[in-house]
Design a protein around this ligand. Structure first.
Ligand code: NDP
Length: 247
């Protein structure tokens, strides 16, 4: 039980990768604050955890892009759980389109959710971690933030921004016993990639040495490693989990 007596906050835990991360932490003993935008999705994940490990999970809904709402959510979670050991900033969206035709709204939605949302959550929880003089922050990036991707100017910029944010937070908090790292998934089978046309899926698979999409559990395993005691001397890094797509 690597995470017994620890508290993990996972955003975007209602579905997909965040759901797998929340289940992983609970399966290794952590109490989990399951955060999603849609309340029913958050409740579904929390119920699933509590059915297997009674009383470990509690559901919360918030729009991570809303600075004030995230601040009051953090107060609520800290009052419910009394501490936070692990923060996983996983909530994310895509609004794809070529830059020439990308609307201002699509730019703002993606950058506000993926980048500002990550900052909002870090700022809301870092004080508690600093007081405890320990903590693990794991931000979910993307291979798109490392290599760019045609049709994803907003998304790639937001995920590249998450890398710069991560390195800065890692430097600011290292002396307080807090690490901050990125896990950058390649193409993972979730709702986000399910919507891609078959032609694009086949083209993507052609670029992956392991010749298949990854599973949410592949990302959860990497996140759990970075959250564990064994990863205590790793900070400011990006761990790419992509079947060899970027190397
Ligand atoms: P999904 O679309 O399956 O799930 C996204 C999750 O994020 C949902 O739980 C959703 O909440 C939540 N969310 C979205 N917007 C907000 C918001 N404004 N406030 C709070 N929660 C929000 O995506 P994935 O599981 O595939 O992706 C998870 C992360 O992994 C994202 O950051 C994504 O960019 C990244 N990633 C995914 C890849 C992939 O191939 N799937 C590849 C690289 C990176 P709700 O369920 O309530 O709507």
């Amino acid at each position: 039980m690597r995470f017994a007596n620890q508290v993990a906050v996972v955003t975007g835990a209602g579905r997909g990768i965040g759901h797998a991360i929340a289940l992983k932490f609970a399966s290794e003993g952590a109490r989990v604050a399951v955060v999603s935008r849609n309340e029913n999705n958050a409740l579904r994940t929390a119920d699933e955890i509590n059915e297997r490990h009674a009383g470990l999970a509690k559901a919360y809904s918030v729009d991570v892009a809303n600075h004030a709402a995230v601040a009051s959510l953090a107060e609520q979670i800290l009052s419910d759980f009394s501490r936070i050991d692990i923060l996983v900033n996983n909530a994310g969206v895509t609004r794809d389109g070529l830059s020439m035709r990308m609307s201002e709204e699509d730019w703002d939605t993606v950058v506000d959710t993926n980048l500002k949302g990550t900052f909002n959550c870090i700022q809301a929880f870092e004080r508690a971690m600093i007081k405890q003089r320990s903590g693990r922050i794991i931000n979910i990036g993307s291979v798109a933030g490392l290599m760019g991707n045609a049709g994803q100017a907003n998304y790639a910029a937001s995920k590249a921004g998450v890398l710069g944010l991560t390195k800065t937070i890692a430097r600011e908090l290292a002396s307080r016993g807090i690490t901050c790292n990125v896990v950058a998934p390649g193409f993972i089978a979730t709702d986000m990639t399910e919507v891609l046309p078959d032609k694009i899926k086949q083209a993507v698979i052609g670029q992956i040495p392991m010749a298949s999409f990854g599973k949410p559990e592949d990302i959860a395993a990497a996140v759990a490693f970075l959250a564990s005691a064994e990863a205590g001397y790793i900070t400011g890094q990006c761990l790419t989990v992509d079947g060899g797509m970027v190397m």
